[in-house]
Structures are given as C-alpha cells and as structure tokens.
Design a protein around this ligand. Structure first.
Ligand code: PRX
Length: 651
C-alpha cells in the first residue's frame, strides 16, 4: 500500500448551503446505522404512498434464508411518484431535455404535463395489448424520450420492465426475452449514434424468430427508416399512442412488488436478472440523487449513461423524476461530430450537474484540451464519475479542464445490484481525494474482510475484499427465477455479509479505494463483462477447441479483453481467422464484448487435474510474466514459455 499522503480537496465555497454538511453527515450517518428503522422510516416519506407503511426494515443475510424487505406493508406507484405528484406544482417545468444525436436537430423540452400525457397514453396502449400487473416487457430502445415513457408506462400498470442495452446483439436480446418470459418487446426502427444508424428493429426480428410467435413487438418509428414489418406481430407505437386516452389510473403496488429486472454479468454462467422492487428502490434512488449531486430546484442534471445500464435507470429516470428534477437525455456519443460535444451540450442547456464515466474522460483527454478549453461551462456546479476506478490523471484533467477547479467531483461506487450509490462523497460534507470513492452513504455499513479467512480487518489502513454488513433499501432482492443463485453469488462466501465482488483498501482517514473486481468479471469501458460469457461465445465457433479470457490494463477502456484461443486440430491460425473470431463474438454478445487481443495458444497452462491456471494467463496478459510464481504444479510447464514468447501485450 502506498504511504504517500494524498492531497485532500476541500469542500468548495459554493457548497456551504448544501443539503448535507459535515456535521449533518456524521449525525445522520450514525443514526442511519444505529436506528435504520428511524432513519429510513422518515426518509420513506419523501414518496407518496397509497397505503402508508407501518414496517420499515425486515432483512436477513443468513445464507439459506436470505430475505430482504423494506416498507413491506406499504403500497405506492412509481409512475405516480415520478410524474403525477409533480403536476400540481411543476406541470410546466421541463422534466426531460432530449438532445438528439444530430447536433443540428432541435432539442426537445418535455414538461411534466407532457410527460404525464405520454406515459398515460402509452400505458393505455400497453393495457390494450393485454399487458397487466406482473407481466414482463423488454425494452430495446435507443436513448430517446420513448424509453422513459416505456419505463414509466410499465411502472404505471405494475408491469415489470427489463431493458436490454441497444448495443447488445439479437442473441443476447433473445436470451433475455426468454429468461424473463416477456410477452412484449418495445423497440425502434433504427438508432442513430455518432452519425451512423443501427437497425434495432432488424435485430429484434432476428431475436423474435427465436422466441416464438406469442411475443409481440411494439415499434417506435423514430428515424422513419424503412424496416421489415410483420402484421401479425409488429405494432406501430406512435400511431396507437395518438389515439389512446391520456388517463390511465396508476396501479397500487406493494413496496416489494418487482419494478424491473436488469441483466448483468457475473463470474459464472449466463447473465443474471437482477430484481429491484418498488418502494425501497425508489426511496434510495431519490435520496442518493438529491444528496450526492446536491440537487436543488432549477438545476439541470445530466447523466451521460445509457438507460440500458443501471446508472441510466437510477440517475436519468427514477431518481431525478422522483425528485421533480430536470433530467437530460442524450442520444449521441461524446466524440461526434467532435470531441467537444459533451461541452457543447453542457453550455447549450446550462447543465449544473454532469455525471459520466472515467472511460469517456480518458477518451476526451486523449483528444487534447482544445476541445474543452474554449467552452464556458460556468453553469457546472458539480461533476460525477461512475463505473470503474478513476485514475488520478483523468481525475485531474476532469477537475482542471471541465470543473475549472471550482466543482467537486463525486466518485460514486455502486453496482447494478445496489440500486444506487453506496460509497461516495457528499459534495458539501466530504473532502475528496483523487481516485477514492471516500465514505459510505447513509445506511451503508462497509467492511473490509480478509479474502481467505473472512475475518474483518479492523482499523486503518486495511486491505481486502469489500463486503456490506447490513441491508439498504435499494438492494437487489433476488435473481429472477433463481433465489438459490442469488444467495450463492452474494451471501455464501462471506457468511452474514453481502459480498460485492470488489477488492478495496481503506486508508488512514477511513477513505475507501476500490481496487477492482476480485472475481472473473472484467470492467471494459465501465461495462461489466463476465469472462465466462466471452469464452462460451468463442468455443461456440466450430474452429475453436478451447478459450480462456482475462482482463488486462487498457489505457482508454480501463480493462481490455484478452483471449487465449486453442484451435481445433488441423486449423491454421491466420489473421482472417482472428478477425472472424472478433466478428463472431460481436455477433454473439455485442460490440462491447469484442476481444481486444487474441493470442493463439497451442496449449493452456493447466493443473494436473485439468483446471486452467488463470492467474498465469492474467500475468502474461498484463505483460508481467517475470513474477509468475510457482508453475511446477502445471501438467505441462513448457506451454508457459510459448505463451510468453507469443504474448500480444508488450506495453
Ligand atoms: O467494480 C466496480 C465497478 O463497477 C462494478 C459494478 O458494475 P455495474 O453493475 O455494471 O454498475 C456500474 C455502474 C454502477 C463494481 O463492482 N465500479 C462502479 N463504480 C465504481 C467502480 N469501481 C471503482 N469506482 C467506482 N466509482
């Protein structure tokens, strides 16, 4: 562990009147840990309840009996909380600013009144198609306002949405539709991004050919591009919305009814359906959005994530809209038409809080400061980071060139499973250090455990695996259709704790530094990828006998995907085959899963019992083959020499 003192950045002057101050952080944090019922019982009242709750927390982390319930006898509706209840005071306030891909196209300002009208219309369309409470609807849409309408229309009816990122392949879409048993897929004709168009409807056509004829397809005619049409299955969404009534009563939902399923990668098997429920999730999304970003009325909040990821769920849609905020949805990419696009949009819409991922910052940093330096950016009050550890160079660049040294940076650590931020600075309360997620949010009790012994490492500094000792309202409740897998993944290895899968250290000041995943999950440009998923895609190719995938440090993506591939007997390794395999993985999973480096491996380093020694593969991929440790237990130690000699990463 480095012993160099890291400079603390003080709380900026403008944050003296922040929602949370150093004093209230301490007081409320202590209360939230010693009296969670009292703290969350009060915070739950930030929502409108149809039937008020009388119970607050009822949770058990015991392996075999894991059960997580919050506000369990309360009833509410998420869409009513994100839309209806704001109408009395905010009908004409902009709820969503939509900034299209094409910078010359006009931005849309959708007021809360217009949002209400669209959500009600779409809910009625879904109802007419037979969608009821508890039914699953898969959303496969670009970053357009219809994605927000679709999420909220499902919530209004009590239907469960599952968004599939529009960058995923038809196969990935099909497997999710099948796993959650969806009866409807909502998609768009084509999706413009960075001036190019992806055929979403044509992808959905391929996927739906695998799912059976009972799944209907609701299509947003967004670009108007020509698409194939199946009259028995495809329905034009906007045409039906135009005719639908603007009044659809919200369904009363129990706090523990499922709001959405979101698939995410783990270390084994297929992606799992993370289940979030209605009451606790919304309370947690709302409180974190308000306090972590210090959101005040009149602010314009921009989270650059895609709604296909949890960040988009919690901080483009649910948190901001529950708080009556103005939230910006951006259809495009940071580097098109040039690397100044983010800053153009910040200036154009007077964005006050800007929340993005380190990978985007590194990419823009690489294009040179001239794309940002000419911008005003004086509207910005706060910057946020999410998805992976932020390296000090990127942090400093973000601070100097974007924040102009005035804006606190909130480095928010959390996961799809956690629903919202767990470890993060609060801008008016916590001094920051470049690269540290700092201190726990209210109600969150992190512990550092020794990986081998599961013993709590007390005192500071500490290093080990990051676990959470007790539940918080935004926690995932189960894996869709597989509670056993939920318990095994998160509660078995470290009994009594939620295991995050991340390693961390805690410094002398008690600040947390996330060091990355300790399992077979890699983080590519802030996107989570199971190495097992990429391996199974590779071995599905008929020329591949065996594949092993690991992560390696990548200057832009954080981690890159390094694949070792053993070909079938008699197959020649060629450059053509290499690109064929890259394309194959893109098609099987999506562009984000494409291996960055493929090394031909005539043999894999295996133990005598046949287990691949990934530790060795990781070291070689990291170009750190000098410290391979003991390889004498390998069945054929000589394969290691070949792998080192032909390694692909010499950086
Ligand atoms: O390894 C951590 C990393 O991203 C993982 C969660 O990925 P996902 O479920 O896709 O959610 C991403 C957006 C919340 C974590 O286990 N991670 C996320 N945020 C940070 C981070 N690592 C370091 N610092 C962060 N701020």
């Amino acid at each position: 562990m480095s012993s160099e003192p890291i400079e603390k950045h003080p709380i900026p002057d403008g944050f003296a009147n922040a929602h949370i101050t150093p004093e209230s952080y301490r007081r409320l944090y202590d209360e939230s840990i010693s009296d969670p019922d009292g703290f969350w019982g009060r915070e739950g009242k930030r929502l409108d309840w149809i039937t008020p709750y009388t119970k607050v927390k009822n949770t058990d982390f015991t392996f075999g009996d894991v059960s997580i319930k919050w506000f369990e006898d309360g009833e509410l509706n998420v869409a009513a909380n994100c839309v209806d209840r704001h109408l009395a005071t905010r009908a004409d306030q902009t709820a969503i600013i939509f900034e299209p891909d094409d910078p010359k196209a006009e931005a849309q300002h959708i007021t809360y009144a217009q949002l209400s009208e669209n959500v009600n219309r779409l809910a009625n369309v879904l109802k007419d198609l037979g969608v009821k409470k508890g039914d699953r609807v898969v959303i496969y849409l670009p970053m357009i306002p219809e994605a927000a309408y679709a999420m909220l229309a499902c919530a209004r009816l009590g239907a469960i949405h599952s968004i599939v990122f529009a960058g995923f392949s038809p196969d990935a879409l099909a497997s999710r539709v099948i796993d959650c048993g969806a009866k409807l897929v909502i998609t768009a004709d084509t999706a413009p991004r960075g001036g190019r168009r992806t055929g979403l409807k044509s992808n959905a056509d391929i996927a739906l050919a695998q799912t059976g004829p009972e799944v209907k397809c609701l299509v947003v005619r967004h670009t108007g591009d020509d698409v194939a049409w199946n009259d028995d299955r495809d329905i034009d969404m906007k045409a039906l919305m135009a005719k639908a009534s603007t009044d659809c009563p919200p369904e009363p939902m129990n706090a523990e009814d499922t709001l959405f399923i979101l698939y995410t990668s783990g270390s084994t098997g297929k992606p799992k359906g993370v289940v979030h429920t209605t009451g606790g999730y919304l309370v947690f999304a709302a409180i974190t959005h308000q306090y972590v970003f210090d959101y005040h009325d009149g602010d314009v909040f921009w989270c650059t994530a895609d709604v296909g990821w949890v960040t988009g769920h919690s901080y483009i849609i649910y948190g901001p809209l529950a708080n009556g905020a103005t939230t910006l949805m951006f259809e495009g990419v940071p580097t098109w038409p040039d690397a100044g696009r983010f800053w153009d949009v910040c200036d154009k819409h007077k964005v006050t809080q800007f929340y993005t991922a380190p990978t985007a910052i590194r990419a823009l940093m690489g294009k040179g400061p001239e794309f940002v330096d000419g911008h005003d950016l004086s509207s910005l009050r706060l910057l946020g980071s999410v998805g992976e550890p932020i390296n000090p160079e990127a942090w400093n660049w973000y601070n100097e060139h974007v924040g102009k040294g005035r804006c606190p940076i909130v480095d928010t650590w959390w996961q799809t499973e956690t629903g919202g931020h767990l470890i993060t600075p609060l801008p008016g309360a916590i001094e920051t250090k470049a690269g540290s997620a700092t201190l726990p949010f209210f109600g969150v009790k992190p512990e550092v455990l020794e990986p081998e012994t599961a013993k709590v490492v007390a005192g500071n500094p500490a290093e080990g695996v990051l676990c959470i000792a007790d539940s918080w309202p935004g926690q995932m409740r189960t894996v869709w259709g597989d509670h056993q897998r939920f318990m095994e993944t998160y509660f078995q290895q470290y009994p009594g704790y939620y295991f995050t899968g991340d390693g961390c250290r805690r410094d002398e000041d008690g600040y947390y530094w996330i060091t990355g995943r300790v399992d077979d999950v890699i983080n590519v440009s802030g996107h989570r990828m199971g190495t097992a998923e990429v391996e199974s895609a590779l071995v599905a190719h008929d020329k591949v006998a065996e594949a092993a995938v690991v992560g390696y440090p990548h200057s832009l993506k954080g981690q890159g995907i390094y694949a070792y591939v053993t070909l079938m007997n008699g197959i020649e390794p060629t450059e053509e085959l290499r690109s064929e395999l890259e394309k194959w993985v893109r098609n099987e999973i999506g562009p984000i899963a494409k291996p960055d480096l493929i090394q031909w491996a005539p043999g894999m380093p295996k133990t005598r019992s046949g287990k691949i020694m990934r530790r060795i593969l990781r070291k070689i991929a990291e170009n750190d083959y000098g410290s391979l440790g003991d390889i004498s237990t390998l069945a054929e130690p000589e394969v290691v020499d070949d792998l080192i000699a032909n390694r692909m990463n010499r950086g």
